[in-house]
Design a binder for this molecule. Structure first.
Ligand SMILES: O=C(CO)[C@H](O)[C@H](O)COP(=O)(O)O
Length: 229
């Protein structure tokens, strides 16, 4: 299903494009397919959203660039952890949310690829990742908890750890707090409240950003085009 979604996104790629390359297992399918196309003569440049993606794209033979003020990203393709009916997303399961959001926000088109299991009626069953600065992170975590409770959500948060027990550190050197909000009724309000906390670097709420979401299903693809708001 992930591969099908990635293959459909490949139909949006044209020669000469600069592409934002997402992170995660679904984005990895896209990068592999892109590598195949490059070997068959396609000429594109990629802006990776994580060190993992950078390594994968390099191995696939995709030319990578360091973006500067003049860079135009024609199309960014990335996965998601949850997608609601409006095309709003939770991302950051892989911890790349900050770079993913920087790239998605500047891209002319941001296209999400996902397997059909990522579709939800309301965001929040997947714990919302929030990237925070390391300095006094306990104080920032406390304020995140308070912000969740103020929105009527459970203040159930956990600092993310790696499988070996060490704190998970993002490519940018920050920490990640996962918020088990369960049902986020007002994602924009929550996003604003979290981002107003000094120490919060970025949230995994990607709201009104996706131009379309391509779901790979058991026998094809389904495309969600977010309604105008
Ligand atoms: O946001 C992400 C990484 O930070 C990924 O896109 C998200 O976690 C989905 O991953 P996968 O495609 O492996 O299900």
């Amino acid at each position: 299903m992930k591969r099908r979604a990635a293959a459909e996104a490949m139909t949006l790629v044209a020669d000469g494009m600069t592409l934002g390359l997402g992170t995660g297992s679904t984005a990895a399918h896209f990068i592999d397919l892109l590598g195949e196309a490059v070997r068959n003569g396609l000429s594109v440049k990629g802006v990776p959203t994580s060190e993992d993606t950078s390594r994968r794209a390099e191995a696939a033979g995709v030319e990578l660039i360091e973006p500067d003020e003049t860079t135009v990203i024609d199309l960014a393709v990335d996965g998601a952890d949850e997608v609601d009916a409006r095309g709003d997303l939770i991302k950051g399961g892989g911890g790349a949310l900050l770079r993913e959001k920087i790239v998605a926000a500047v891209a002319k088109r941001f296209v999400v690829i996902a397997d059909a299991s990522k579709k939800v009626a309301e965001l929040g069953a997947f714990p919302l990742p929030v990237e925070i600065d390391r300095f006094a992170y306990g104080l920032t975590a406390r304020r995140i908890r308070e912000a969740l409770v103020a929105q009527g959500l459970p203040g159930d948060i956990a600092l993310r750890h790696r499988p070996d027990g060490a704190a998970f550190v993002t490519d940018g050197g920050n920490l990640v707090v996962d918020c088990r909000a369960r049902r986020i009724h007002e994602p924009a309000l929550l996003d604003g409240a979290l981002k107003s906390i000094p120490g919060v670097v970025e949230t995994g709420l990607f709201l009104r950003m996706a131009e379309r979401v391509i779901f790979g299903t058991a026998d094809g693809v389904e495309v969600l085009r977010p309604p105008a708001r």
